[in-house]
Design a protein around this ligand. Structure first.
Ligand code: NAD
Length: 451
């Protein structure tokens, strides 16, 4: 454990002013003042250390002020691999036990589990007054995103969602170009991913005993009990299934929607509507077209439409896009993943991940690009925990972004129905059945205070 230990784990008053939030009451301001001592350490706990969790662990522990204090994974093999890299860390299979035993010896928590476990693990960390780095999408259900944001804000804790591209130079450049009016007010954003994180089949049936190395009941966590089926859930395949993941829209859409959401200063949609196959109640659709209408902002026309395509619907055909007539976009080829912003004076194509391209080419031949560098999204969180700077995708930003996206995931259970959205009340105003899907029932033993 760290010897000298005086980091600040809370954002400053200036941070609240900068991001336009109400300044917290005096009692909630940072408890410790002054910069962290140069040799102090942030003691981290990592929940989920395989797959992306491994990348998160490597990226966060590469910060010179991080000391990995605890590792938790329900898969003993993955846990062992991480432990071999960080032999001084304590190991756990159950995050509830981690908090019970290590709360006083941990300063920040990283959550890199499947989506259905984000909210319970992250909320438990917040309830223990820990800053959190949580993978995307922030949560599995709309209500969970609202609650994480509210609790993080009320406790004034440093948070960050794992959308690392948000801090990259091309995405930051795209945001500045849009906000400086490069293509005028934006009326429509088309976005797409040709990945298929859906599943149109029946419930998995090839039941087998779970491997001894996998704590299956802990993997299920808050979700209803069911038998283990190899390759159907763990690792990775859970993202296709409605009880655990959020399909391609939640998985890739959160990265690709992030830039329009930030650049256009979007808030909550007026409505969302999905075109896809009828619901199976098992998997997310293998291909979707999801449309949202957002209220206008200073960077958009009166209303802004966001249209998402995934699976074999992506990329859309250029000829199907509603572009102003007379614009010569040459022989534009859309990449497999990306976004196209339609402004009043031009178009911006933003490949995922790549440099923004302004079109028509002739119009923008002389346009200079802002000279903007990228940042390290992971180290931003560590630095903010240590009292230096702020995070760029804290739960104050990630919460509303995730709520908006997840409304589209709910909409794919009611194809061709416009779900009218009241974000203040957090309810669909025209379809009570949709409201039942905004909040989840947690299994006994996994209920977390605050959710
Ligand atoms: N930001 C990105 O670019 C990016 C890329 C890939 C995945 N992700 C996100 O990372 C998360 C994990 O995705 P993945 O592809 O690595 O999945 P995965 O199934 O490969 O890995 C999840 C890991 O969490 C562990 N785990 C599962 N339940 C747990 C629990 N209750 N407690 C502790 N550990 C548990 C698993 O054993 C496994 O090691 C998802 O939220 C996903 O959306 C983000």
């Amino acid at each position: 454990m760290s010897q000298s230990h005086s980091p600040r784990f809370r954002p400053s008053r200036r941070h609240f002013l900068q991001i336009g939030l109400a300044v917290p009451a005096a009692g909630m301001l940072p408890r410790a003042a002054g910069a962290a001592a140069p040799n102090s350490k942030l003691r981290t706990a990592h929940i989920g250390v395989g797959g992306m969790g491994r990348a998160d662990l490597n990226a966060i522990s590469s910060h010179s002020h991080v000391e990995v204090a605890a590792l938790c994974d329900v898969d003993a093999q993955r846990l062992e691999q991480a432990h071999a890299q960080h032999p001084n860390a304590k190991v756990f299979r159950d995050y509830r036990e981690l908090f019970e035993k290590m709360s006083g010896a941990v300063d920040g928590v990283v959550v890199s589990t499947p989506d259905h476990t984000h909210a319970p693990a992250a909320m438990m960390a917040l309830q223990h007054d820990k800053p959190v780095y949580c993978q995307k999408p922030l949560t599995h259900a709309v209500h969970e995103a609202r609650r994480l944001r509210e609790v993080a804000l009320a406790k004034n804790l440093v948070t960050q969602m794992g959308i690392q591209v948000h801090s990259s130079a091309p995405y930051r450049r795209a945001v500045v170009m849009i906000q400086e009016g490069a293509i005028g007010p934006v009326s429509h954003v088309y976005a797409w991913s040709n990945k298929n994180w859906g599943y149109d089949g029946d419930a998995p049936t090839n039941v087998q005993p779970a491997p001894e190395t996998l704590a299956w009941d802990l993997w299920l966590g808050t979700a209803a009990k069911r038998d283990y089926v190899p390759s159907a859930y763990h690792p990775g395949s859970w993202r296709k299934l409605i009880d655990f993941g959020t399909g391609t829209l939640g998985d890739m859409g959160v990265h690709i929607f992030d830039t329009p959401y930030a650049a256009l200063a979007l808030t909550a949609p007026n409505w969302a509507m999905t075109t896809c196959r009828p619901p199976t109640h098992v998997g997310h659709p293998e291909r979707n077209v999801v449309q949202y209408e957002f209220p206008g902002t200073k960077y958009t026309t009166d209303k802004m439409i966001w249209t998402w395509y995934d699976g074999s619907f992506a990329p859309p055909k250029v000829s199907d896009l509603d572009l102003p007539s007379g614009w010569d976009l040459g022989s534009l080829q859309l990449p497999g993943q990306g976004a196209l912003f339609v402004g009043q004076t031009g178009v911006m194509l933003l490949p995922h991940v790549g440099e923004p391209v302004l079109l028509p080419e002739k119009t923008f031949a002389e346009t200079k690009r802002p000279d903007i560098g990228g940042g390290n999204h992971y180290h931003q969180w560590v630095d903010a925990c240590m009292g230096e700077g702020t995070t760029s995708a804290g739960f104050d930003y990630a919460g509303p972004l995730t709520e908006s996206l997840l409304l589209g995931v709910v909409a794919n259970r009611f194809p061709d129905t416009k779900l009218m959205w009241d974000a203040v009340e957090l309810r669909v105003t025209n379809l009570e059945a949709a409201n039942q899907l905004l909040k989840k029932e947690y299994r006994d033993g996994f209920v977390v205070r605050g959710l």
